[in-house]
Design a protein around this ligand. Structure first.
Ligand code: HAM
Length: 410
């Protein structure tokens, strides 16, 4: 609803400004795809197994509403093979059948970026910096960057095996839910927030002890770059993220102004291998997505990036027959001023009320006397001061009192 919707649009505008300055181009992924595209997110993740809105269309195709946009970006890359590095940004809604609550919705918006075709650690630094910088531009100061490396495929597998052994040894202490998760994906057990699982999780092996040399050097370079750009971060060994495609660098932006169950305002990482799984050539990839709904909750909690009401510059009041309002508002818009008017032959009093409500700075009033004299009254709505000016001078006069045309469309 207005004015909140305008705030969302402004949010996306700030985001596009930040990332386009760094060479990212806009991509608009489709809202639904063949379900196979999203299955690549990992058969053991809730997003795929429990939360997907999938259905058969009238042609018998099994499709799904997108739960996120990284898979679609990789599918588009595999299909069109643009030159690399390919740097894109997106914004738009995603769908997950989750238990809806504050900060967790079944339709939610994300803005994000993806870079395909380079494994230079400097791109990790660039990507993370852009997310962090964006939060700063919104005015947020209570966002913490959590960073981790999941290692390469082999490192990750060795770690998953060690976790499986560890949790199987402690199986009887785990919650039923965690025991079921263990069967499918031992890594996900680390996500459990249940008190009963805490002891087993606290004693679990650490990922950093399983990193191979390549992944370790890569991670050190990323940390060094972030320090150089003065981006504060916390290395969090337990950060595994909720999707299965991650390798090496993973990160999450956490708002300390929000409740801990919904405090991840954004997250991302490397997903080397995903493009290949979608039928493309072996391609490195990294990116992030930031939750719009949740980030705006964090803005509310910190009292920054508030919503501002949409308002016009000028409200035209015509107490003759409405035709003058039609001509004048058209003319003003043509000259780049935003202008509104009343309809349905309302009384002067009712039109002046509408002018006040519109937030306009001035009302341009036309009655029978003004029509006869070829003039109009310009009334400042904050002070009620008014002047009578020739109608032909209206545009210049509005400019002279500080109303600036936003676009010159004449
Ligand atoms: P994700 O962590 O699933 O990652 O989602 C990113 C952000 O979207 C979350 O941090 C959260 O702010 C928001 N979000 C997720 N689910 C919901 C929900 N149900 N309601 C409200 N907000 C939500 C991804 O989606 C990956 N595609 C990120 C990525 C891009 N990784 C690499 N590139």
């Amino acid at each position: 609803m207005p004015p909140e919707a305008a705030r969302w649009r402004r949010f996306s505008d700030v985001f596009s400004t930040v990332v386009e300055t760094a060479g990212y181009s806009c991509i608009i992924p489709p809202m639904f795809e063949d379900i196979g595209v999203f299955r690549r997110l990992g058969e053991a993740t809730d997003v795929v197994t429990k939360e997907m809105y999938d259905f058969e269309d009238k042609g018998g195709r099994h499709v799904a509403l997108r739960p996120e946009q990284t898979a679609s970006v990789c599918r588009a890359f595999a299909q069109h093979r643009p030159p690399t590095p390919w740097k894109v940004w997106y914004s738009g809604p995603n769908f997950r059948y989750e238990k809806a609550q504050a900060g967790r919705y079944r339709q939610f918006d994300q803005v994000g970026i993806e870079v395909l075709g380079t494994d230079d650690p400097d791109i990790d630094v660039e990507v993370i910096f852009l997310g962090w910088d964006f939060y700063r531009r919104l005015g947020l100061s209570n966002v913490t960057l959590m960073l981790n490396s999941l290692g390469d495929t082999d490192d990750r597998q060795r770690y998953v095996d060690a976790l499986a052994t560890h949790f199987n040894d402690q199986k009887t202490t785990l919650s039923e839910e965690a025991q079921r998760t263990l069967e499918k994906n031992p890594l996900r057990v680390l996500d459990s927030k249940r008190e009963q699982d805490k002891a087993a999780i606290d004693g679990a092996p650490l990922l950093k002890d399983f990193l191979g040399d390549d992944a370790r050097v890569h991670f050190e370079r990323v940390c060094e770059g972030l320090r150089e750009l003065e981006v504060p971060f916390v290395v969090n060994d337990r950060l595994v993220r909720g999707l299965d495609y991650y390798r090496r660098t993973t990160f999450e932006f956490v708002s300390t102004a929000l409740e801990s169950s919904q405090n991840a305002v954004g997250g991302g990482g490397r997903y080397d291998g995903l493009v290949e799984e979608l039928g493309g050539p072996p391609t490195h990839g990294i990116g992030f997505a930031l939750g719009v709904d949740r980030t705006l909750l964090a803005c509310d909690a910190e009292g920054v990036f508030g919503s501002s009401s949409d308002s016009v510059d000028v409200f035209v009041v015509d107490v003759v027959d409405g035709r003058h309002a039609r001509g004048l508002s058209h003319d003003l818009r043509r000259h780049g001023f935003s202008a509104d008017r009343a309809f349905d032959g309302r009384s002067m009093k009712s039109q002046m009320k509408a002018a006040d409500r519109s937030g306009a700075k001035v009302a341009v009033i036309v009655g029978q006397d003004e029509v006869s004299a070829g003039t109009c009254v310009v009334r400042r709505l904050d002070s009620s001061d008014q002047v009578v000016i020739p109608r032909a001078d209206l545009v210049d006069y509005l400019g002279s009192i500080g109303l600036k045309p936003s676009t010159e469309t004449a």
